[in-house]
Design a protein around this ligand. Structure first.
Ligand SMILES: C[S@@+](CC[C@H](N)C(=O)[O-])C[C@H]1O[C@@H](n2cnc3c(N)ncnc32)[C@H](O)[C@@H]1O
Length: 221
C-alpha cells in the first residue's frame, strides 16, 4: 500500500482548491460512479471531482454540540473526506490526523485547512491497511463511514479514557435517495452493542435533512 502523507503547510505548492457549493442532488453514489463506495479510491476520486463539499461544508452538528466536553489532544478522523470535521477540530485546538482513500478529497481538505489558517495532517490511504498506532489518540471521530471490521482497530488506537464519536445513517430497511451511501448505515442498537465495552455518554437517534441518523459518544474504559 502506498500511503501519502501530506500537510497543509503554507507554500506546499498545491493547486488552489476550486470553490462553490454543489447544488442539491438526489442521485446516489452508485448512480454517480457506478461502483461500490467502500474501498475503491478511484471511484471516490471520481465522486469528489464531480462534487465540492459533497457532504456539506460545516462540521456535523453532533460534534459542534459536544466540542466542549471532548478531551483536547491528538485526534484521528478516519475517512475524513473533504475535512469538514477534521478542520473544525483543528480550529478548536486538537492535533488532527485524517485519513481518506481519495486523494482529491484529502487535497481539498488540506487546501481548506490552509485557507482557514489551521493545520491538519492529511493521509491518503486505505483504512483497512492503515498502520494504526496503539493507544495513541485522545479522540476519534467517525462520520458517515462505518465498518465493523475496523472498529477493533479504532478502539485499540484510542488511549484509555479517550473518546470516540460515531455519526451514521440509520438502516431503516428503506433505500434512501440521499448522497450518503447506505452501505455505511447501521441498524438501531448496533452502535451501542458494538461499543458495549465502552461507557456510553450520549446516544441519539434522530432525523436530519430527511435522513434517519444515529450518533454516539462513548469513552474507553
Ligand atoms: C460518505 S463519505 C464521508 C466523508 C466524511 N467523513 C464526512 O462526513 O464528510 C465516506 C468517505 O469514506 C472514504 N472511504 C471509503 N472507504 C475507505 C477506506 N477503505 N479507507 C479510507 N477511506 C475510505 C471515502 O473516500 C469518503 O471520503
Amino acid at each position: 500500500m502506498v500511503v501519502l502523507l501530506l500537510a497543509a503547510l503554507p507554500g506546499s505548492g498545491m493547486a488552489e482548491s476550486t470553490t462553490g457549493v454543489p447544488s442539491p442532488d438526489l442521485a446516489t453514489f452508485e448512480a454517480i460512479t457506478g461502483e461500490s463506495p467502500e474501498e475503491d479510491h478511484s471511484a471516490w476520486d471520481r465522486f469528489y471531482k464531480k462534487k465540492n463539499h459533497a457532504f456539506g461544508k460545516e462540521a456535523i452538528g453532533f460534534l459542534k454540540e459536544n466540542i466542549k466536553i471532548l478531551p483536547k489532544g491528538r485526534a484521528f478522523v478516519p475517512a475524513m473526506g473533504e475535512g469538514r470535521n477534521a478542520i473544525f477540530l483543528a480550529r478548536h485546538g486538537f492535533r488532527v490526523e485524517g485519513v481518506d482513500l481519495s486523494q482529491v478529497a484529502v487535497d481539498r481538505a488540506l487546501q481548506e485547512a490552509k485557507a482557514k489558517k489551521t493545520f491538519i495532517k492529511g493521509i491518503v490511504g486505505d483504512l483497512f491497511e492503515f498502520p494504526y498506532p496503539k493507544e495513541a489518540y485522545d479522540f476519534i471521530l467517525v462520520s458517515l463511514f462505518y465498518s465493523e471490521r475496523l472498529l477493533p482497530k479504532l478502539k485499540n488506537a484510542l488511549k484509555k479514557g479517550g473518546y470516540i464519536m460515531i455519526y451514521l445513517k440509520r438502516d431503516t430497511g428503506r433505500q434512501s435517495t440521499s448522497l450518503v451511501p447506505d452501505d455505511f448505515a447501521v441498524k438501531a442498537g448496533a452502535l451501542k452493542a458494538a461499543l458495549v465495552d465502552f461507557e456510553t455518554l450520549i446516544y441519539r437517534e434522530f432525523i436530519e435533512q430527511n435522513m434517519d441518523m444515529i450518533a454516539i459518544l462513548a469513552r474507553k474504559k
